[in-house]
Design a protein around this ligand. Structure first.
Ligand code: UT7
Length: 343
């Protein structure tokens, strides 16, 4: 069985910076830099311009990851796209990305499978588990995995929505997972879910059990009430569950690998709230200098947080060959996951 190795990483965030003060001044939200920074660690986030979606940002990250891996899009055997903010209800962002990468035209067209992953903040790790299995089974040599989100279009940027809208930002991260004979790579992945809490953090937009799924007015125009349109989150319940499940996911991974937390050189935690990550790190005795953050600059980019962190660690030289890396995430579903890699 070949090993599954991350051979390239890439990241992209849109240029427009929106600070906490901008939420007050530009959007008129009754909040403050002090509140947001103290409760979450966020200073600013990026918002994409109108017209830009997850596949476009994903393409930018993917091209950087392919370049780092020394590959062309035509070398790919599969595309996985983790997102909760696809362009459309269907089809998913994966096929849009395939077309953007030029895989659908000309003599070198490659109609590789393109699959969307719907696991929110755990989407990247669900994707990593899938990519690893595809490579280790021999079905694929090179899998492109993108986590990309366009939150800014679907945030209630008013005081009513401030608890959720002050947390999220746009961006994309990508990795190429390749088959290798080298004794390194993704050593294991562990995923979990608890569907009892599906509605504790959700954005419904419609309910397919209704007839029709979106109520219409007399002119036949769909009407979406605010409760359905915007994300709903019971923040404190999510916070508590995140700390518990992330600790558990780390311990499961370390036990399965026969290692302790001290053996890990670099920790990449999902970036939902700096305080969640500090609780987890304190509980597990993880020192600050082994834990990376980007929530201060990007907010919560959901499926993009871990690949963006990983790309920053690679490009800054913080991550060196031979290091042991642990990743852990928790989010809507509830879903969670962890992975251990030898870089
Ligand atoms: O990645 C997916 C998973 N998501 C998460 O992991 C998020 C987990 N939850 C959290 O991070 C925290 O629960 C939040 C940061 C979302 C909220 O922090 P909290 O300490 O749980 O605050 P709260 O929701 O209990 O709200 C406390 C107060 C409320 O006012 P009252 O009712 O006490 O008067 C809120 O209306 O803070 C108010 N508030 C705000 N005030 C200023 C909520 N959001 C804001 C805001 N600015 N942006």
């Amino acid at each position: 069985m070949p090993n599954a190795v991350i051979t390239g990483t890439g990241g992209y965030v849109p240029p427009r910076v929106v600070t906490n003060d901008d939420l007050v001044q530009q959007y008129g939200i009754d909040t403050s830099h002090e509140w947001i920074h103290r409760r979450t660690g966020i200073n600013e986030r990026r918002f994409a311009d109108e017209g830009v979606g997850s596949a476009e940002m994903g393409e930018k990250a993917a091209r950087l990851a392919l370049e780092a891996a020394g590959l062309e899009p035509q070398d790919l055997d599969m595309i996985l796209f983790a997102t909760l903010s696809p362009e459309f209800c269907f089809p998913g962002s994966g096929v849009l990305l395939q077309e953007r990468l030029g895989l659908c035209e000309g003599p070198r067209a490659r109609f590789v499978p393109a699959m969307d992953i719907r696991n929110q903040c755990s989407g990247f790790l669900y994707g990593l588990g899938t990519a690893t299995s595809m490579v280790q089974s021999g079905a694929c040599r090179h899998v492109l995995l993108v986590g990309g989100e366009t939150h800014s279009a679907a945030l209630d940027l008013t005081t009513r929505g401030r608890t959720v809208s002050s947390l999220f930002g746009d961006g994309a991260g990508a990795v190429v997972v390749s088959a290798s004979d080298e004794d390194r790579g993704i050593r294991g992945w562990w995923l979990g879910a608890d569907g009892r809490y599906a509605e504790v953090l959700c954005q419904k937009v419609w309910d397919i059990r209704r007839r029709p799924f979106i109520p219409q007015n007399e002119e036949g125009v769909g009407q979406v009430e605010p409760d359905m349109m915007w994300a709903h989150m019971e923040g404190k319940r999510v916070f508590r569950a995140a700390v518990e499940r992330m600790c558990e996911a780390v311990l499961t991974a370390c036990t399965a690998q026969g290692i302790t937390g001290d053996d890990v050189d670099l920790w990449l935690f999902h970036q939902a709230n700096m305080r969640i990550n500090q609780y987890v790190a304190n509980t597990l005795g993880i020192p600050d200098d082994k834990l990376l953050h980007n929530i201060d600059r990007y907010g919560n980019t959901t499926a993009a947080t871990i690949p963006l962190l990983l790309d920053e660690a690679v490009r800054s030289g913080r991550l060196q060959p031979g290091m042991k890396v642990a990743m852990v995430a928790f989010g809507s579903g509830f879903t969670w996951g962890s992975a251990i890699l030898d870089w």
